[in-house]
Design a protein around this ligand. Structure first.
Ligand code: ATP
Ligand code: LTN
Length: 344
């Protein structure tokens, strides 16, 4: 099937009365169930209510060293994944961060308006820099680039998982500081979390978030995992010695599985307890694995189709870049002018 894209000029954000939402995801490997429930799935829903802008954060991705061939294939795979999940380039603006140089340009201006101490306090920096003491400077200045991503588009809402709270807060602070020093320039963005699933935990250590960069592949479920592997990982998920399916404070492992079940079934925790009354953890886990598989199977099929559509993917990237550059240009110029640059 030949894919058709609407002319990018038909997606008009400036004229729309809708709130503008911006979010991005790093091409750091296949996406996890956590990325899906905490971010990507809610992005597809937002397309009905918001003017949506989504970026593949390939500039952020190299804050942790990446082999060129790995980066190239990860970006391609992530683009096909987002499309397969239902992000529509006809309804949203979808682009690669590296194709719009305005991001790094505004990022620099924001770096020059940021205190060293502020960045040193960022928890993601603290944990990632501990993993490798020879980290690059980009890992440190990462929040300034993320703030630039958000502020360039007059963003109202930033749909993310709760692990990104501090970064969105930083974007607000830097915008506020810039506005009070140079005059009203940036809109202050709000973080936006899904009601359920804003922090999906690891299957092997429920005190940590599920993360695609974990060394232990049993700790996460990938969107591309085969059905048998999903069953195996859910069966092996850490729970406790109880047998009642009930969300109770302190039962981290079980609670995490109940949250996942609730996100995918649309049932409340009470309805889930009722459904599994008198049945043990084994039955619950089998049913949970089934609903994950049935959620992922159609996406996996669509992904396999799209990844072969080289021309279509190429067109998406080109069109996305053209539209994003047009949208980003006025804000970059405004910020530069406010700081005293000669803007011809
Ligand atoms: P990495 O493991 O490489 O740090 P990650 O899995 O944390 O990556 P990102 O690319 O940093 O994923 O995040 C993409 C989006 O997914 C962000 O909005 C983030 O908040 C959300 N997200 C990531 N992990 C989870 C999780 N476990 N639960 C809910 N949302 C998540
Ligand atoms: N830092 C985010 C990815 C990201 C982002 C953004 C999210 C880059 N730029 C702008 C929201 C808005 C992450 O690691 N999940």
């Amino acid at each position: 099937m030949i894919e058709k894209l609407t002319d990018s000029s038909e997606i008009s954000f400036a004229k729309s009365a809708r709130r503008i939402s911006f979010s991005a995801i790093q091409p750091s490997g296949a996406i996890t169930l956590g990325n899906y429930l905490g971010a990507v799935r809610s992005w597809t829903d937002l397309q009905r209510t918001h003017s949506c802008i989504f970026a593949i954060a390939d500039c952020h991705a190299v804050t942790v060293p990446k082999e060129p061939h790995y980066l190239r294939s990860s970006v391609r795979n992530l683009l096909a994944t987002l499309l397969a999940c239902g992000i529509s380039p006809d309804e949203s603006l979808l682009f690669l961060q590296s194709t719009v140089s305005h991001h790094t340009q505004l990022g620099w201006l924001l770096e020059c308006n940021t205190q060293y101490g502020e960045l040193r306090r960022m928890t993601q920096f603290k944990s990632k820099s501990q993993q490798n003491e020879n980290f690059g400077v980009g890992l440190f200045t990462y929040p300034c680039l993320m703030a630039a991503d958000i502020l360039l588009y007059n963003t109202d809402d930033v749909p993310v998982g709760t692990d990104q709270t501090q970064h969105v807060e930083f974007a607000r602070n830097v915008a506020q500081r810039f506005n009070s020093r140079f005059g009203e320039t940036f809109k202050l963005p709000e973080p936006m979390f899904p009601k359920n699933g804003a922090k999906i935990m690891s299957l092997t250590d429920p005190s940590r978030k599920m993360s695609k960069s974990s060394d232990n592949s049993s700790s996460y479920i990938l969107l591309c995992d085969h059905a048998d592997l999903i069953v195996q990982k859910i069966k092996g998920a850490v729970t406790d010695s109880g047998n009642q399916i009930k969300y109770i404070e302190g039962k981290g492992g079980l609670n995490n599985l109940i949250v996942i079940y609730s996100c995918l079934s649309g049932l409340s925790f009470e309805q889930i307890s009722f459904e599994f009354e008198g049945k043990g953890y084994g039955t619950f886990k089998s049913r949970l694995a089934e609903i994950i598989v049935s959620e992922f199977e159609p996406i996996q099929r669509e992904y396999s189709r799209l990844i072969e559509c080289a021309d279509y993917l190429e067109t998406c990237v080109r069109r996305g870049a053209e539209s994003a550059r047009k949208l980003a240009q006025p804000m970059l110029e405004r910020a530069m002018y406010a700081m005293g640059y000669w803007v011809p």
